[in-house]
Design a protein around this ligand. Structure first.
Ligand code: NIG
Ligand code: FE
Length: 411
């Protein structure tokens, strides 16, 4: 199957294959080609260029993108899209004055979702999750990281990871799985954290690794959840079993989790709503990608990750949704990109780089995803006719997507 997209008003994020992430000042640069074409064969971008240089060839399908912009599909490097049920009552409780922390302390929050998930069959969990996966593909997401962490028992964590595996096998979207057994302390272990850590380290991690159910290991490193010491033990155990760290840090408190992630060569450190100078210093010179989750800040009314401080310090930054039932019941990367521009003062170029090539890096897949590059996977968004790419984040809340191609398939 071959597809030729012609008359593209502007083709965004055109890169050589050696660019795996962009940092600092380079984030302001978004290489583009005006009046362009892209040629796709099966699941691969085989060629692109200016319409002036197009060589006529026989293709199965021709798409005329006159007036439209084409860009790489979004790479959403942080989601909890596999979950059961919903938590809109907590949303109302927060409107009425309770904090996220107070709700969690009453047994709500993550433990609420874990209770629901434990009662949900694998088939039902799969069906509920698939609906969301289909929705985000239509919104232009072509690659997705999915975490476990709403099971908190061996059986339920494995159930979540199996669902992630089925999604990976069934849909054209690229999926990477992360084991997040240390997301919260289950009520059963309320007075016995040591035993739960032991279960995660000695039983869950070896099983997840043996059954090849995840590539990454995550921990919610936060006051009231898992300490620096707990996090370190889990990262060491994960690494011993071939799981690469990608961790939740600095959502509510900054106390050294970023440096710890860097010490263990985390692929990414995510959230960073609270950030101090030591965190920035720790990231400088490292290979770790900082990841901001602006929809979470929006929904919980907590600070936005200080993108300007990170980028102006020469660092890279990725943007992701954090799609989950508690802090971010939205998987819309278009909203994330707009919000990053509006609230975090990222330029459209920076936000698009953060949501494509840097998002792919934060999933360890930027050699095949995140840019328009010969040989990369054919994951593309074709917009409706728009005046410019700046218009995409500017006219927030509108759906600017005409069609989405994932792995060479028109969705
Ligand atoms: O990334 N912060 C930890 N975990 C999720 C939220 C979990 C929940 O409230 O269900 C997050 O925001
Ligand atoms: Fe998260």
């Amino acid at each position: 199957m071959s597809i030729l997209i012609i008359n593209i008003k502007e083709l965004l994020q055109v890169r050589d294959s050696n660019v795996l992430k962009v940092s600092g000042k380079d984030m302001k640069v978004l290489p583009t080609l005006k009046n362009a074409y892209v040629l796709i064969e099966d699941d691969t971008i085989v060629d692109y260029g200016s319409m002036d240089d197009i060589i006529k060839s026989d293709t199965d399908e021709v798409i005329d993108a006159e007036g439209k912009i084409v860009l790489p599909a979004w790479c959403d490097s942080h989601t909890h899209i596999v979950y059961a049920g919903h938590r809109e009552q907590e949303f109302v409780d927060r409107i009425n004055g309770l904090s996220y922390e107070e709700i969690a302390n009453r047994g709500g929050g993550i433990l609420n979702s874990a209770a629901t998930l434990n009662k949900t069959s694998e088939t039902d969990l799969y069906e509920q999750s698939v609906k969301r996966v289909k929705d985000v593909m239509k919104l232009g997401t072509g690659a997705l990281e999915i975490k476990s962490g709403y099971g908190l028992t061996m059986e339920a964590e494995i159930k979540m990871l199996r669902v992630i595996k089925r999604i990976k096998q069934k849909f054209p979207i690229k999926v990477k799985a992360t084991f997040l057994g240390a997301h919260a302390l289950p009520s059963l272990y309320k007075n016995n954290k040591e035993d739960y850590l032991d279960l995660v380290i000695s039983e869950m991690i070896p099983r997840v690794s043996e059954e090849k159910l995840a590539s990454y290991i995550d921990v919610f490193c936060e006051k009231g959840y898992f300490s620096l010491e707990d996090t370190e033990r889990i990262l060491i155990a994960g690494k011993k079993h071939g799981l690469i760290p990608k961790i939740h840090v600095n959502q509510f408190n900054a106390f050294g989790g970023v440096a710890l992630g860097v010490k263990y060569n985390a692929l990414s450190v995510d959230h960073l709503e609270e950030l101090n100078d030591d965190d920035i210093t720790a990231l400088q010179g490292s290979d770790t990608m900082p990841v901001a989750l602006p929809s979470c800040s929006y929904f919980l009314s907590i600070p936005y990750t200080p993108a300007r401080r990170l980028i102006d310090a020469g660092l890279p930054l990725a943007l992701a949704t954090d799609y989950n039932p508690g802090s971010t019941p939205s998987g819309n990367m278009n909203f994330v990109v707009s919000t990053a521009c509006i609230k975090m003062k990222m330029t459209p170029e920076e936000a698009i780089n953060a949501a494509t090539i840097n998002g792919a890096y934060a999933m360890g897949i930027s050699n095949y995803y995140g840019s328009i590059t010969r040989g990369k996977k054919a994951n593309l968004i074709i917009t409706k006719a728009v005046p410019s790419y700046n218009y995409l984040p500017y006219a927030f809340g509108d759906n600017h997507i005409d069609s989405v191609i994932i792995n060479g398939e028109v969705i």
